[in-house]
Write a protein that binds this ligand. Sequence first.
Ligand SMILES: [Zn+2]
Length: 87
Amino acid sequence: MEAFEKQCQSCGMPLENGKKSGTEADGSPSKLYCTYCYKDGKFLQPDMTLEEMKKVLDTTIGKEGLKGKFLAFFGKMQLKSLKRWKV
Ligand SMILES: [Zn+2]
C-alpha cells in the first residue's frame, strides 16, 4: 500500500493517514489532497492561485487569534513546497 502524504499538497492541512483525504474519480481516497481541496479526482477550485490560497489561510485559521496568525504565517511559507504549487 502506498503511503499517504503527511499533509495536503494543496493547502498544507494534515491528512491524518487518509482520514481527511479527498477522493479520486473512482471513489478511493486521494493520497495527495484533502477533502476541502479535492473531490472525485478534481480540485474543488481548479483556478485557485497560490496568492488566493494564502488569502484563504489568512481568512480561516488566520482569524483564530494569535496562534491562528502564527499558523497561517508558517502555512503560507510552506505552500511553495507543496506539489500543487511547485514550479
Ligand atoms: Zn487541502
